[in-house]
Design a protein around this ligand. Structure first.
Ligand SMILES: NC(=O)c1ccc[n+]([C@@H]2O[C@H](COP(=O)([O-])OP(=O)(O)OC[C@H]3O[C@@H](n4cnc5c(N)ncnc54)[C@H](OP(=O)(O)O)[C@@H]3O)[C@@H](O)[C@H]2O)c1
Length: 263
């Protein structure tokens, strides 16, 4: 089984550098895929109330037979439940659906600047963390300015900002800000434009040189930027390939060639 390294979070907890994206993994087949993924070595699971699969994630955590403390279960607060009280209520429904005692990582899914409630929502997450119901708190899809506002108004920096980050969209400025502030960058949709990347000459050449698959080259690029990556697959074979990223390393020229692609 692949032993996945972890990064420290500012909360004191750790986050594995590869996790399972779970968008659309729902129902009985979703529970089965999630359970198999945990049994195959995934320790970070990325759910959201908006994905409608918190129940399935909780079932898989209980069915997989892996000690609870080894798992980093993530869920996210939806856009229509911003506000201090609304966020606390929303968390109650999430943890009930999960059927777990604690959530390891709780994120605000989107900042929703038009509502202008993300600071009070963040205060609710701080309360949940202080009560011990959540181990680490973070955000998703937040800009530098929005994180700076959280820091200025609450004195609390998110452990994680989960953003779209992939070849062709490498978020250099945001990553530099995260690094300076001790925030872990989590990359979502790393395999977007996968059909173009699978056929791309540069990706194929690099994959061949290392004896790996195109998707492993793409995900390894995310890892070597210093980010956590959360590819989604419903298929056990593809899940295993997406986790098997630690037997090769891209050199500087390969990283640059991949960064120059615009799929
Ligand atoms: N915070 C946010 O706003 C946000 C937004 C988007 C996504 N996310 C999170 O990030 C996760 C990942 O992003 P994503 O779901 O957009 O897409 P993704 O992981 O970039 O790509 C998923 C697609 O790639 C295919 N795939 C996966 N592994 C493959 C492989 N080894 N070979 C060939 N095809 C492969 C999957 O098909 P199969 O299932 O058939 O393998 C699926 O169609 C989400 O599931 C979610 O947890 C968060």
């Amino acid at each position: 089984m692949t032993d996945v390294p972890a990064l420290p979070l500012r909360s004191g907890a750790e986050i594995p550098v590869v996790g399972l994206g779970t968008y659309s993994l729902t129902g009985r087949s979703g529970t089965r895929s999630l359970t198999e993924a945990i049994q195959a070595g995934y320790r970070l699971i990325d759910s959201a109330k908006g994905y409608g699969n918190e129940r399935e994630v909780g079932e898989a955590v209980r069915a997989a037979g892996v000690p609870r403390e080894e798992l980093v279960v993530t869920t996210k607060l939806p856009n229509d439940e911003h506000g201090y009280d609304a966020a606390l209520k929303s968390f109650d429904t999430s943890i009930t659906a999960l059927g777990l005692e604690t959530v390891d990582l709780y994120l605000i899914h989107w900042p929703m600047p038009q509502l202008d409630k993300y600071v009070e929502t963040w205060k609710a997450l701080i309360s949940l963390r202080d009560e011990g119901r959540v181990r680490s708190i973070g955000v998703s899809n937040f800009s530098v300015e929005q994180i700076e506002r959280l820091e200025a108004e609450t004195g609390e920096t998110p452990s994680v900002n989960q953003v779209e980050l992939r070849i062709g969209h490498e978020q250099a400025e945001l990553r530099a800000f995260h690094e300076a502030h001790g925030i872990v960058t989590e990359s979502y949709s790393p395999l977007k434009h996968g059909s173009a990347l699978a056929k791309d000459e540069t990706v194929r050449r690099i994959a061949e040189a290392h004896g790996v698959q195109w998707n492993q080259v793409v995900l390894r690029w995310n890892l070597q930027l210093g980010t956590v990556v959360i590819p989604r697959s419903k298929d056990a074979g593809r899940q295993a390939a997406n986790l098997d990223l630690f037997g090769f390393e891209l050199d500087g020229d390969e990283m640059q060639a991949l960064s120059a692609l615009r799929p």
